[in-house]
Design a protein around this ligand. Structure first.
Ligand SMILES: [Zn+2]
Length: 325
């Protein structure tokens, strides 16, 4: 059907019509809020490069989780910044670690909120890499043992779901096996399945104090131009027992999200990372863009690409906008 018979503008005439034919919806159910937990009490240290984001001590994280739950957001994901760091990231799998403390406190205070933990070593190692260093590079298989210990420690402290983000080969299978052996067969794994070596992580490294002290992460995170390889990574993680697969970052990899969802039809998450967040905040502060509209357009674009879940620092702001609609 061609013009003048078909006139697409007929269905754009007013908001009622636009609502009726809208194809993609963003709901508060799609949102997961990341939180950075630090030692101490009463701490709410703003992250300069991420306006609106702060590192929180456990007591403040509990308050924040109450607010997040009250906004209807179903889940949070915890990142920990330990008291001290060492070459093997010991605080990552200490039962008294900062994430473990947060899990126990939040689980008690806000039991309905789903608690996910980031399972990685880079926030806990003095060299800032995601695993054990052997001969100047991250050693895959010896790192797996530590990731397993970390995941188990999180689950014992109350995590409902673990999210390995290190990109070591075989880590999903190793964690699944260990969880099952310990009787945690109902704990789900959200795998950072296609995690690219991205410059968009810059502000996060300030927030998580996890910048590598030498080299970079290109020997384990994915090369940005590779889409077919992303599908192989996702396939591997599903084969090893991942319940949810994630693409990270989101906005520069919408095509990858689309392909992953089309190919596997699995519950798919996308991480709207710190750089994506900070660029919008910075432009808005300069008066160059309308922050709220760009935020909502960005999040709905990630949904349209196929993400069921979006990990985003905008979760609270977006939930407030959605509640008004
Ligand atoms: Zn890491």
């Amino acid at each position: 059907m061609e013009f003048p018979i078909y006139r697409p503008r007929r269905l754009r005439k007013n908001e009622a019509l636009r609502r009726m034919v809208r194809e993609t919806r963003l709901s508060v159910d799609n949102l997961i809020m990341p939180l950075f937990v630090v030692p101490g009490r009463g701490v709410g240290e703003p992250v300069e490069s991420m306006p609106g984001v702060a590192q929180l001590s456990v007591d403040r994280a509990v308050e924040e989780c109450r607010a997040i739950h009250d906004l209807g957001i179903p889940a949070v994901i915890f990142f920990g910044i330990p008291e001290s760091k060492d070459s093997v990231g010991s605080h990552a799998y200490s039962d008294h670690g900062v994430v473990q403390q947060a899990l126990r406190a939040v689980k008690k205070a806000v039991p309905e909120l789903l608690l996910i933990t980031d399972v990685c070593l880079c926030e806990y190692t003095d060299h800032g890499h995601c695993g054990v260093i052997v001969d100047g590079d991250v050693d895959n298989d010896s790192t797996l043992d530590l990731l397993v210990k970390e995941a188990l420690s999180h689950v014992r402290a109350g995590a409902d779901m673990v999210a390995p983000s290190d990109m070591m080969d075989g880590r999903v299978g190793a964690i699944r096996e260990a969880l099952d052996e310990e009787g945690f067969d109902q704990i789900a794994i959200m795998a950072y399945a296609a995690k690219f070596s991205s410059a968009y992580y810059g502000p996060f490294r300030e927030a998580a104090e996890s910048a590598p002290q030498f080299g970079d992460r290109r020997s384990y995170q994915m090369d940005p131009p590779n889409g077919d390889e992303a599908l192989r990574e996702v396939e591997l993680d599903i084969g090893e027992g991942a319940d949810i697969v994630m693409v990270k970052p989101a906005l520069p990899y919408l095509d990858v999200i689309w392909r992953v969802k089309q190919e596997f039809g699995y519950p798919t998450a996308a991480y709207n990372v710190s750089g994506e967040y900070s660029m919008i905040k910075a432009a808005a502060r300069n008066g160059w863009i309308d922050e709220e509209r760009v935020m909502m357009e960005t999040l709905v674009a990630i949904r349209r690409a196929g993400a069921d879940m979006i990990l985003t620092y905008f979760a609270k702001d977006a939930a407030k906008v959605l509640a008004r609609r």
